[in-house]
Design a protein around this ligand. Sequence first.
Ligand SMILES: NC(=O)c1ccc[n+]([C@@H]2O[C@H](COP(=O)([O-])OP(=O)(O)OC[C@H]3O[C@@H](n4cnc5c(N)ncnc54)[C@H](O)[C@@H]3O)[C@@H](O)[C@H]2O)c1
Length: 383
Amino acid sequence: MIKVAIIGAGAISDSHILAYLNFKEKCQIVAFADLYVDKAKQKAEAYNLNAKVYPSYTELIEKEEFDVASICLPPYEHAPTAIALLNSGKNVLVEKPMAPSLEDCDQMIAAAQKNNRLLSVVAQNRFRTPVMRLNTVLKSGIAGKILFGKADSLWWRGSNYYDLWWRGTWEKEGGGCTINHAVHHIDMYLWMMGMPDSVLAITTNLNHTNSEVEDFSTAVLFYKNNAIGQITASLIHHGEEQQLLFQCENAGLSLPWKVCSYNQRENGFPEENSEKAAEIQAYYDSLPEVKNTAHNGQIENFLSAIEGKGDLLVDGNQGRNSIMLITAIYLSAHLGTKVDLPLKEDCLFYTRDGIVKNAKKFHKKTKSVDNISNSKITFGKEF
Ligand SMILES: NC(=O)c1ccc[n+]([C@@H]2O[C@H](COP(=O)([O-])OP(=O)(O)OC[C@H]3O[C@@H](n4cnc5c(N)ncnc54)[C@H](O)[C@@H]3O)[C@@H](O)[C@H]2O)c1
């Protein structure tokens, strides 16, 4: 039986608890930690967990026996917590974003390697049927080369979203909607289209005044093979119409799932290529359904990898890829120029210190609350 500890008893911890509870034959939640011990106690009771509760991860590591941990803490705590856990021989599943800086990510990956333990980063949206299928369709080549890829990571949050103590600062949240919201779509986009060779971006804050960080960014990505990408992250979009879109040589494919294909007429104008569209649709339909979706799927994958029954779908290097592109977006906006990838260790934003010292603070965070009483959250589009 795999013994599990949950670290952080806030909004996202429910998704982890429910997912582990789905695999009762493989694992058992034995411990819980939160700065606010009562929060952890209440949650342990609500889910009928026979779990011991601790006020810190250090005490939990010192006193408890367990094999794996889910880190559900604010981003600035991800690296120190993951490194301490890995160094004490635990396997780690860390919430997104992996960490606020590339230096943090590198130290986490090194700790996993040194201790021969698994490190997985939450990217639960990969574990959905349309997302898995689109990735397979793109990689099969049936639609031809990708010419243009686009991720619209459009969300809406009220201004009081940033009242929570750790949100809205470069130091604790690590950035705004690009790192904390768009990371979901950036993970899927990079999984499907790969890392660009350079990025040109702007960031701004349009309507969240209790926050140092951006609530809008848009970036153009350039690939060696001449393909172009475009990623927009926003917290001002009523309707949250999120999408991924890939225009390939032979067809356009998007999420929410849609396929469209054109042939040229004699004058170069388009006509529907219903045969190609039907061929792609048939291939898409033939691909397997994802049985356990979102956090359930990711935690199933994590537990199976621990049992030696398969590889992690999202390991530390994949989590790092998203942070590298996000860092490049921040750096390009800061410098006002195109930035080349991969970023190197001597880049201004490689360390958290470099980001905190140099990134533009759009507003001063003046209001801060310890807890928000109704912590129920909504998630992005399920596609
Ligand atoms: N995958 C997703 O869809 C998704 C959705 C929401 C949040 N998240 C991520 O999950 C993480 C947590 O977000 P949340 O919304 O649950 O935040 P939250 O503020 O609701 O919960 C965080 C909890 O950690 C506790 N905490 C903070 N520092 C601690 C420490 N040093 N030791 C012990 N406990 C500590 C806080 O008291 C709080 O209860 C963030 O990285 C966030 O980006 C992911």
